[in-house]
Design a protein around this ligand. Structure first.
Ligand SMILES: NC(=O)c1ccc[n+]([C@@H]2O[C@H](COP(=O)([O-])OP(=O)(O)OC[C@H]3O[C@@H](n4cnc5c(N)ncnc54)[C@H](O)[C@@H]3O)[C@@H](O)[C@H]2O)c1
Length: 441
């Protein structure tokens, strides 16, 4: 059992804190957001993450998990201190390290005994060294700074924490290494190894992983776009290459671009890191450019269908979160669609199973955006349906029911959730990504 402090209780910090409490540790989470801390103290989980609420409540009631606004109280006596703070994109694409450095600057005098300070945030190469230097300025107790990047996926965060593919720990300190090995011992398995390396390698591993996945998605999106002009079907091509064990089946589904709080900012930050060393990461620059274009693809299809004029039209939009099983709308492709179509004079009737509150907060003042109570109300009377997130519940909507709701049977599916043949049989004009249009207009 260890005494742990988690600084920042967002998607990463809250999952990390709750899961370490579940493993029997005593965890105090600290945040600067008063409303959030109040909610959590009262037993409410401020984010949607499958499986989190149950273990959150169990550990809160068991007294292993607590919340505070007071940084000094949280780190008092903690042997392990996680930094799970935001690292958003700065104007120039670099990671904004202000949140991490602000906390590092305060930590020195608060450390009473030896502590391992762990960078869990995604931070550029060299940050662990800078965090250590900042803490050292005012610390009297011994400490180590370790890089331990987080690889969890929103929507699977608890599962990914408890059964990680691997845990990466960057440290040169034997003492910190022992603490980290003990901390993760309950979840380390032969096939879920704890990988020790230098802090610099650990920091780069996180960016390399996310950038690789962003490039893989972008590659498939490009293949899908090529399928459309060549008359090939991306589903067949995907199957055909996925069976090659060097490629694999995962992350081969084309769509309307990657989004979320990680891929966009992490790819930009790696390009920036490379540029600082006069290293031109041309491949990733192309990924960014192509992904931006891909986020406009569905809108372009709609505009093409309506001869460039959508003024006065009403569109149903299914899905607002950047992917299913999360309420996170940061950099979601749906936002680009809302902006483009309402900007062109259309009205959007939108629904998402989990992200409505976040959308309301961000776009509540847009009179052309109507938030509906479910996917059926969104479709009711719309000139066409657009699909931006592949929530399971949308897949099970019967085409006949959908047809009876829409004003015209027209669907632009940015996530390929329906089968073209089924939609054609049901009498829809149906466009998806990289698959032949069965009903040319
Ligand atoms: N979200 C993901 O799926 C994911 C996955 C892997 C890595 N990461 C990385 O983890 C880090 C955190 O991401 P997130 O999605 O959890 O962010 P988030 O925005 O959801 O949460 C960050 C939290 O930190 C709090 N905070 C800000 N300043 C603070 C301070 N001075 N003291 C205490 N709390 C403070 C905020 O109020 C917020 O609650 C980022 O670097 C991100 O790139 C995120």
């Amino acid at each position: 059992m260890k005494k742990i402090a988690v600084i920042g209780t967002g998607y990463v910090g809250l999952v990390t804190g709750t899961c370490f409490a579940e493993l029997g540790n005593e965890v105090t989470c600290v945040d600067v957001d008063k409303e959030k801390v109040e909610m959590m103290k009262n037993g409410q989980v401020p984010i949607y993450e499958p499986g989190l609420e149950e273990i959150f409540k169990r550990n809160l009631h068991a007294g292993r998990l607590s919340f505070t606004l007071d940084l000094a109280a949280a780190v008092d006596g903690a042997e392990v201190i996680f930094l799970a703070l935001p690292t958003p994109s700065a104007e120039d694409g670099s990671a904004n390290l202000q949140y991490v450095y602000d906390v590092a600057d305060q930590l020195g005098p608060l450390l009473k005994n030896y502590a391992v300070v762990i960078d869990k945030s995604t931070v550029p190469v060299g940050t662990a060294e800078e965090v250590a230097a900042r803490i050292a300025k005012s610390a009297t107790a011994a400490f180590d700074v370790v890089s331990n990047p987080e690889f969890l996926r929103e929507g699977f965060a608890v599962q990914d924490f408890m059964q990680p593919d691997r845990i990466v720990v960057g440290t040169e300190s034997t003492r910190a290494r022992e603490v980290m090995a003990e901390l993760y011992e309950p979840i380390v398995r032969d096939d879920h190894p704890l990988l020790f390396m230098s802090p610099r390698s650990a920091e780069l591993t996180k960016y390399a992983g996310n950038s690789f996945l962003a490039a893989k998605i972008t590659f498939m999106n490009q293949i899908a776009n090529l399928c459309e002009v060549l008359g090939a079907d991306v589903d067949d091509v995907r199957e055909g290459i996925g069976h090659d064990t060097r490629i694999g089946h995962r992350f081969l589904y084309p769509g309307i671009g990657y989004g979320g709080s990680c891929f966009p900012k992490d790819v930009l930050a790696l390009i920036h890191t490379a540029e600082q060393q006069d290293f031109d990461f041309g491949l990733l620059k192309t990924v960014v450019k192509n992904n931006f274009a891909q986020q406009q693809v569905l809108t372009a299809k709609v505009l093409g269908y309506f001869d460039g004029n959508v003024k006065g039209k009403t569109f149903a939009l299914w899905g607002l979160a950047f992917k299913p099983e999360t309420d996170d709308i940061r950099e979601a492709p749906a936002l680009a669609i809302i902006k483009a179509l309402t900007g062109a004079g259309a009205t959007i009737r939108a629904y998402d199973p989990e992200a409505m509150k976040n959308v309301q907060r961000r776009f509540g003042d847009n009179p052309s955006l109507i938030l509906t109570k479910d996917e059926f109300e969104a479709a009711d009377g719309a000139d066409a349906l657009l699909i931006a997130t592949e929530w399971r519940q949308f897949e099970s909507v019967a085409p006949d029911r959908l047809k009876s709701l829409l004003k015209y049977p027209v669907v632009f599916d940015g996530r390929n959730i329906f089968t073209p043949a089924t939609m054609q049989e049901a009498g829809f004009y149906y466009e998806s990504i990289g698959r032949p249009v069965k009903h040319p207009r």
